[in-house]
Design a protein around this ligand. Structure first.
Ligand SMILES: Cc1cc2nc3c(=O)[nH]c(=O)nc-3n(C[C@H](O)[C@H](O)[C@H](O)COP(=O)(O)OP(=O)(O)OC[C@H]3O[C@@H](n4cnc5c(N)ncnc54)[C@H](O)[C@@H]3O)c2cc1C
Length: 430
């Protein structure tokens, strides 16, 4: 019986482990092992809502061990440090508990097939000071740190205002006007208002919670039609968010961001959302990678140099013959997980190569609006906006839940979330 090891339990890896466990794992055709450095899964496209306090990651996270027990795979917690492709073993770092005690020593795990679903990390593009002074949305811990600083910053500014400060308020700079930056800015604006409503701070949420987006290009959301980009910018400006396009960051200091024209933007919290690249581990495997360290894969999603190693999601570089390079998006990770679940889990694997299909792109503009494009099966694209787009955006997460839990449990969770939303404040207050 083959051992299939999947490293990374994110959007692609957890879905693949679940599907493979349900098919090959439960039927005894393969031993499926999922490895992740964290004990729980949180769907990355919602990380900006953790940063804004809208969602509590403790409530929404999925326990890998529970998912494994229900779906016929094993879970091994640990950070993968390296892969010995000749011996077909991965090495795991020691597992250290929060109090510093060693739970498990460094160890290794053998595989017959290895799937790398490592996701991505922030790309700082070598901008001086960025890595040192900014926060990112790479994982729940970073998003939670952002949230805590945001709430604390509002409370401190409010106290300064009460003490008679001349210019009370808090400055937040988001570097990067792509989907992550835009979605976070819109949610933060909503959070600032909600925190004021509950008297967590006494600031004017528009005048005193100053949110700026700095975007190097001439438009926000460059992957969308310019008309939609302008619509998103108008929406953000109406919320009081300052959108500065054609503004490239030259340097980040403690408490300020400086652009290439020499303008300085004060910033109590700087969030870097300017781009991603594959984790450094990808460049250590002796496999072909591109300049973003993404592993080059064939249409079978196998690494070019090693048929026993596969890569999916943000860490993979697959160039689709029709649509070109597959973007680092959850829908790509999902489609690749589906394909590999067939290829590795079925008695008769698919002969057809992986083909990416672009279903479109939706960007949330806060609790009530979104903007984006949907793609028909003919390839024709059409724009969507407002509440309809926001509903479709919300359905993306439900689709992910359905892939992991089935329709019944997804429906039950939707009802539970709806009740919780009705009973609790719409953002976390402390
Ligand atoms: C704020 C935000 C909003 C987004 N919105 C959208 C959207 O609307 N639509 C969309 O399609 N995409 C969106 N994305 C992008 C999307 O989240 C990613 O493309 C998607 O999560 C990639 O899935 P993945 O499985 O490749 O990696 P991930 O989901 O990032 O999972 C990677 C996993 O690997 C684990 N891991 C990494 N390295 C190691 C290691 N060495 N050892 C052990 N475990 C490891 C990590 O802990 C993690 O669990 C958004 C991203 C962000 C940050």
């Amino acid at each position: 019986m083959d051992t299939i090891v999947i490293v990374g339990g994110g959007a692609g890896g957890l879905e693949l482990a679940t599907r493979l466990g349900n098919s090959a794992g439960k039927a005894g055709r393969a031993r499926v092992v999922l490895v992740d450095r964290w004990p729980t899964h949180f769907w990355k496209p919602l990380l900006h809502t953790v940063a804004s306090g809208k969602h509590d990651p403790q409530v929404m996270a999925i326990d890998y061990a529970a998912q494994a027990a229900e779906h016929g795979f094993e879970f091994a917690r640990g950070e993968v440090l390296g892969v010995d492709r000749d011996a077909r073993r991965i090495s795991l770092a020691p597992w250290i508990a929060d109090d510093g005690a060693e739970v498990l020593p460094a160890r290794s795990l053998g595989y017959d097939k290895l799937v790398l679903a490592l996701g991505s990390v922030t790309n700082y593009f070598g901008v001086p000071g960025a890595e040192r002074h900014v926060l990112t949305l790479d994982d729940v811990a970073q998003a939670e740190t952002f949230r805590q600083r945001f709430v604390a910053g509002c409370i401190q500014a409010s106290a300064r205002q009460a003490a008679g400060a001349q210019d009370p308020g808090i400055d937040i700079v988001i570097v990067g006007g792509g989907a992550t930056g835009v979605e976070l800015a819109a949610e933060l604006s909503h959070s600032a208002r909600t925190l004021a409503k509950y008297n967590v701070h006494a600031l004017d949420p528009v005048r005193h919670v100053r949110i700026r987006i700095l975007e190097r290009g001439s438009l926000l959301l460059p992957h969308l039609h310019p008309r939609l980009s302008k619509r998103a910018a108008r929406h953000l400006r109406a919320l009081g968010i300052k959108v500065l396009t054609d503004t490239a960051v030259a340097r980040v200091d403690a408490g300020a961001v400086v652009d290439t024209e020499g303008c300085t933007y004060p910033s109590a919290i700087t969030l870097w959302a300017a781009g991603v690249e594959a984790p450094p581990l990808c460049a250590t495997l002796g496999l072909s990678t591109n300049r973003l360290r993404q592993i080059a894969v064939a249409p079978s999603l196998q690494a070019l140099e090693d048929p026993d190693v596969y890569a999916i999601g943000d860490c993979a570089n697959f160039v689709c013959p029709i649509l070109g390079k597959v973007p680092p998006r959850a829908q790509a990770a999902h489609q690749q997980a589906l394909y590999l679940a067939q290829a590795l889990g079925q008695v008769s694997p698919p002969a057809a190569p992986f083909a990416y299909r672009d279903y479109g792109s939706l960007v949330s503009l806060g609790p009530l609006a979104a903007v984006g494009v949907l793609t028909r099966s003919s390839g024709q694209k059409y724009a969507v906006g407002g509440a309809v787009a926001r509903l479709l955006y919300a359905l993306l997460y439900r689709k992910h839940q359905m892939a992991l839990h089935g329709v019944l449990r997804m429906s039950a969770q939707t009802v539970a979330d709806w009740i919780r939303d009705k009973l609790m404040p719409s953002v976390r207050l402390h």
